[in-house]
Design a protein around this ligand. Structure first.
Ligand SMILES: Cc1ncc(COP(=O)(O)O)c(C=O)c1O
Length: 386
């Protein structure tokens, strides 16, 4: 058994963020040093060099999701991408379509943006999910009509790892003439992404979930899809996202996508295997543990669970010197509220307050899993007394 020789807890929170892969860091370093040019400086070699690097990276990101290079709009991350998708598509709607549809388990990047559009006069429909976290397609079909401008449904959930049926959702959107955006932030590097087979119009990604740097992401905009900018300035990124493109971050993002494409099978296979080891280990030491989200339609590397009678905060406190795990999403953890995602599954607030997320990634080793099982067996002892 491999054991870590340092004193830091084993990192099992890869859905919050991932460490920058050394191959990514090495690709970025020259652009933080001697190749510092502005990629929009067209008059000299410094600019040309940065522009060339951005062009290559744009191709790498595009290839990662099966897009064309000119369909990639660099942003500061998935939050901004989701904002641009929802606000930009709503703003561009000229056909009287005013309705935006999403689901209750979305990340706040989508949910709060939709709510804000609602305050600005759009009709916003937030669909429920079943107890397995899946959207009911019949609900969507009933809600979709000629008034809908955009449907935004995430590919993979950040807390419970559930995968939504994107191809079926896309079919319903096409039939009603609505645009379809998916937040694929958590899918990247865990399952293959293909904008054509998924048949999406807009797709959001973030580099820091796929072993790239923080502060860079993309919105994929299918050619011909009407989107208006939400920030004004110079004409960068086809006018959709003005501002100087951060060449070092873009280079890192491109390399991260390239590495993720090359390693997808290996990464996903290892994550699935280690997840099963973890799940079985936890079940062995704590038979009363409850796992949340659909049992099969889910991301490799995610487990969402609750130990009956033990709040998530207590779990974290008990294990934090051995493993780094979280209570739901990084953005909402730190609030004492039970997870909105777990409440949306229909769990009572007490059960929802037990929810913890463990997420594995490229650098997780068997020793981390064994450490987690051992640490969580202390929680199991409390759960059995509860
Ligand atoms: C599903 C999902 N969407 C959007 C975001 C926001 O990404 P970023 O940190 O790049 O703004 C996250 C990050 O946790 C996420 O998990």
């Amino acid at each position: 058994m491999i054991r870590r020789m340092n004193s830091r807890p084993a990192y099992l929170d890869y859905q919050a963020t991932t460490p920058v892969d050394l191959r990514v860091r090495d690709a970025m370093l020259p652009y933080l040093g001697e190749h510092f040019g502005n990629p929009h400086s067209i008059n000299h070699a410094y600019g040309w060099q940065a522009a060339d690097a951005v062009k290559i990276a744009r191709g790498q990101v595009a290839e990662f999701i099966g897009a064309d290079d000119d369909e990639i709009v660099f942003t500061s991350g998935a939050t901004e991408s989701c904002n641009l998708a929802l606000r930009g598509a709503a703003k561009a709607s000229t056909s009287g379509r005013n309705r935006v549809i999403t689901v209750a388990t979305e990340h706040p990047a989508v949910l709060e943006t939709a709510r804000d559009l609602g305050c600005a006069g759009h009709e916003v429909i937030i669909l429920p999910v079943g107890e397995d976290g899946l959207l009911d397609l019949a609900d969507l079909e009933r809600t979709l009509d000629g008034r809908t401008v955009l449907v935004s449904i995430m590919a993979a959930n950040n807390e419970i790892g559930v995968l939504q049926p994107l191809a079926e959702i896309a079919r319903l959107c096409r039939a009603s003439g609505a645009l379809f955006h998916t937040d694929a932030t958590q899918a990247a590097g865990r399952i293959g992404i293909d904008v054509d087979s998924w048949d999406v119009d807009l797709l959001s990604l973030s580099a820091h979930k796929v072993y790239g740097p923080k502060g860079i992401g993309t919105l994929y905009v299918r050619n011909g899809v009407p989107v208006q900018p939400v920030v004004t300035g110079g004409g960068q990124e086809h006018g959709l996202r003005p501002g100087t493109v951060p060449a070092p971050l873009v280079v890192g993002f491109g390399r991260a996508c390239q590495v993720a494409s090359e390693q997808l099978g290996e990464d996903a296979g290892r994550m699935s295997q280690l997840t099963m080891r973890l799940k079985h280990g936890i079940q062995r030491t704590c038979p009363s543990v409850r796992f949340f989200g659909h049992p099969e339609q889910r991301l490799p590397g995610n487990l969402s669970m609750g130990f009956p009678g033990v709040s998530a905060d207590e779990v974290i406190e008990l294990v934090s010197n051995r493993i780094a795990i979280s209570t739901g999403s990084a953005c909402s953890s730190g609030t004492a509220e039970p997870s909105k995602v777990l409440l949306a599954l229909g769990l009572d607030p007490e059960t929802a307050a037990t929810g913890v997320r463990i997420s594995l990634g490229r650098f997780t080793i068997e020793g981390d899993i064994d450490t987690a099982v051992e640490a969580l067996s202390d929680v199991a002892a409390i759960a059995s007394r509860a």
